[in-house]
Each structure stands twice: as C-alpha cells, then as structure tokens.
Design a protein around this ligand. Structure first.
Ligand code: AMP
Length: 190
C-alpha cells in the first residue's frame, strides 16, 4: 500500500494523472476539491460558506478541510491513496503527517508538478474557451484562476521545501504530454 501526494498549481494535470493511477494501479483518489464540491451541493450553511470561498479562489479554512480528509485517511487505511489538492499549506501538511502517524502510516512520495505559470494561464484560458458553459466549474474563470495561482504561490509552494527536507519529494515536468507525465509518475512510485 502506498500513499502519495500530487502537488502543483491549478490546471497542472493533477486530476488527470490521479484518474490514470486509479485506472491503472487501483489507487483511491482523495480530492479535497471534489469532497468540498460534494459538500456545497447539500445547500447547507456550511455548503454556502464553502461555495463562496471556492468561487473566489481562496482556500477553505483548515478545520473544515482537515476534518473531511482525516476521516477519509482512516476509512482507507488498507488502500493505496492519492492525495489530490491536499495539503495546500504547511499546517495541512503537518496535520496529514500526524493523522497518518496515528495509524502507523506515512507518505511514500510527494510528486511536484513543475509548470510555467504563463503556459498554465494559456491552458486554462483555452479550456474555458473550448468548454460548453454547462461543463465549466464555477471557479473556471480567468479572474478566479489568477487568484488561485497567487494563493498557490503564497500558501502552497512553501510545502515543497518541507517535503524536500523529508527526502520524499520528486519533481516532474508537467509541461510534457499526458502519457509522458504518467510514465514519469509510474517510475517514481514503482
Ligand atoms: P481543486 O478542485 O483542487 O482545484 O480545488 C478547488 C477549490 O477548493 C480551491 O480553490 C479551494 O477553494 C478549495 N480547496 C480544495 N482543496 C483545498 C485544501 N486542501 N485546502 C483549502 N481549500 C481547498
């Protein structure tokens, strides 16, 4: 069983690569974005609060996200798991280590998707142009995206050093095509 984190900015391909690992290697994908979107569909007060933050591109508060993910960590104790979109700041990274430690587990790999921010903006602008409006997420607009990139730079990038020091970080070139990126990931986790 292995536990891996896919770390990178919005639109870098983490979701696509997670789905490939689910298909090919039987991983469970834990995407905090998907779990939060599930919560927003309930239309509760909590759901509305989460919705507003997601639509602006800000992070949802740690206590909400951590609560959701820690329950899942315990649920999938006997499975190989991909953390997609979590952790997104240093506090979340430390809490994840603690939660895994409590059940005598640890992260095996953190895969850092390196991508040029200008290419990223182009990719997402194209995705927005090509999509039917019904297929777009509420945070798939250029204004929110620019904020998500800024939030990524200030809150999420510092985690890279944290995992580098632990010796579990591998960097991949996320500008290659999907198959090549997948090959690189499979090499790292094999
Ligand atoms: P994603 O689907 O991973 O792109 O996430 C979409 C949005 O959900 C983000 O812009 C945040 O508002 C929120 N979100 C997802 N994961 C987290 C997290 N680990 N911590 C805080 N907010 C998150």
């Amino acid at each position: 069983m292995s536990r891996i984190v896919l770390l990178g900015p919005p639109g870098c391909g983490k979701g696509t690569q997670s789905k490939l690992l689910v298909e090919k290697k039987n991983y469970i994908q834990l995407s905090t974005g998907d779990l939060l979107r599930e919560e927003t569909s309930k239309n509760s007060d909590l759901g509305k609060k989460i919705s507003m933050l997601m639509e602006s591109g800000e992070l949802v508060s740690d206590d909400i996200v951590i609560n959701i993910i820690v329950n899942k960590v315990e649920e999938y104790v006997n499975k190989s798991v991909i953390f997609d979109g979590f952790p997104r700041n240093l506090n979340q990274a430390k809490v994840l280590d603690e939660a895994l430690g409590n059940i005598s587990l640890e992260l095996n790999n953190v895969i850092f998707f390196k991508i040029d921010f200008e290419i990223l903006k182009e990719r997402i602008q194209n995705r927005i142009k090509q999509a039917d409006s019904g297929d777009l997420r509420k945070d798939d607009n250029i204004e929110t995206l620019l904020n998500r990139i800024e939030v990524y730079k200030s809150s999420t990038l510092p985690i890279v050093e944290y995992y580098e020091k632990k010796g579990i970080l591998s960097k991949i070139n996320a500008m290659e095509d999907i198959d090549k990126v997948n090959e690189e990931i499979l090499k790292i986790i094999s």
